[in-house]
Ligand binder design. Structure first.
Ligand code: KG4
Ligand code: ZN
Length: 343
């Protein structure tokens, strides 16, 4: 007879956050994150420094996750880890640690696709959180990816549209940098935007050959030229208008995302709509999406804050689903920095 209580240790190390979580079946018992502060002074993630910080963080983070969950390492049934996509050096730290521990404990190892994990974070059982019905659309918006997916099951994802250049998180981070704000810029823009007028400045929305694709590099350039033009007239333009600039940039980006999502819903007839990834922490996208329940008849799914940006709990839920189907790794698995959504 199969064991009812399954404990999964999950490890996330794809970029600059070292995460470990313990799940008991689809419920999170602990979810620990060590954020790496070291990158802020460089205005972006420095891969070499990220790998070193993961090396330092991984053992204490895993120990903390076990302690908070109140279990010992001998209780773990399997280890899930992020196989990709992400920074190769960072991925290798998590993958090597997970592989070694699984051999030491003689338990299965489960590789997890980070992008699938962002989407499937919606299946973590939590009070007050609804779980989407299949098929649903998921707008995955993060620092590395921007995709509209049709999700037909826990392992069937169809890309309906994606960015042809920068990811939306990059658009936030790069424009924040132009404004002199520290990395990561998304949460900073969100913060100042809450005090500003979103209609103060208009930016043209980029066009893409496929109507469901995104393009953000042109927007970044348009904002750069706009700031240069205004600063010629008034060298204090940014500091005097920071809130309005942030609100206008955020509004423009959210508008672009929402137009494509509405089109995807129209074309597929799907009204179960989820968002996922770091940018789904954004206040404007969360409130705009929620309004669509009334205006569009959508059922919307917005992740809890702790499951939006990179975290190990989302790796754990995919680990749990794969555990149920005995989808384990061979000893010779590889971390893969360019993993695609269906890999
Ligand atoms: O999912 P994530 O943690 O990492 C990747 O897999 O990329 O996403 C990180 C991205 C960063 O670009 C960050 O600026 C953005 O998410 N972000 C936000 C907010 N919180 C995080 N962007 C806009 N508003 C926010 N509140
Ligand atoms: Zn991510």
């Amino acid at each position: 007879m199969s064991k009812k209580k399954i404990f999964i240790l999950a490890i996330e190390s794809s970029c600059d956050d070292t995460g470990a979580a313990i799940l008991q079946n689809d419920t999170v018992l602990s979810n620990v994150i060590a954020n790496q502060k070291v990158h802020a002074v460089y205005g972006g993630v420095v891969p070499e420094l990220a790998s070193r910080a993961h090396q330092q963080n991984i053992v204490p983070v895993v120990q903390q996750a076990l302690e908070q969950a109140g279990i010992s390492k001998n209780d773990i049934d399997a280890i899930g880890f992020t196989q990709g996509p992400g920074l190769m050096g960072s991925l290798l730290v998590g993958a090597s640690f997970a592989k070694s521990l699984s051999i030491a404990l003689a338990i299965p190892l489960i590789s997890v696709n980070h992008m699938q994990a962002h989407v499937l974070a919606h299946f973590i059982r939590d009070k007050g959180q609804n779980i989407p019905d299949f098929p649903f659309l998921c707008l995955t918006i993060s620092g590395g990816h921007t995709q509209i997916l049709k999700v037909s099951s826990t392992n069937k994802f169809e890309v309906l549209g994606e960015t042809i250049d920068d990811a939306v998180g990059e658009a936030f981070d790069k424009t924040a940098k132009l404004l002199g704000l520290p990395y990561p810029g998304g949460p900073m823009i969100d913060k100042y935007a809450s005090l500003g007028d979103k209609y103060a400045f208009q930016f043209t929305e980029p066009k893409t050959p496929n109507k469901l694709d995104f393009s953000f590099s042109g927007l970044k350039t348009a904002i750069l030229y706009f700031l240069q033009r205004e600063q010629k007239k008034n060298k204090n333009f940014i500091e005097q208008n920071l809130n309005d600039i942030c609100a206008s940039i955020q509004y423009t980006i959210v508008n672009i995302l929402m137009k494509k999502l509405k089109l995807a819903s129209e074309l597929t007839g799907i009204k179960e709509i989820a968002i996922a990834g770091g940018v789904s922490a954004n206040t404007e996208i969360r409130t705009t999406l929620k309004k669509c329940e009334e205006t569009m008849g959508w059922k919307t799914y917005i992740p809890k804050f702790e499951y939006t940006t990179d975290n190990a709990a989302m790796i754990g839920i995919v680990g749990y689903f794969k555990y149920l189907t005995n989808d384990f790794n061979e000893d010779n698995f590889l971390a893969s920095s360019r993993l695609k959504i269906n890999d």
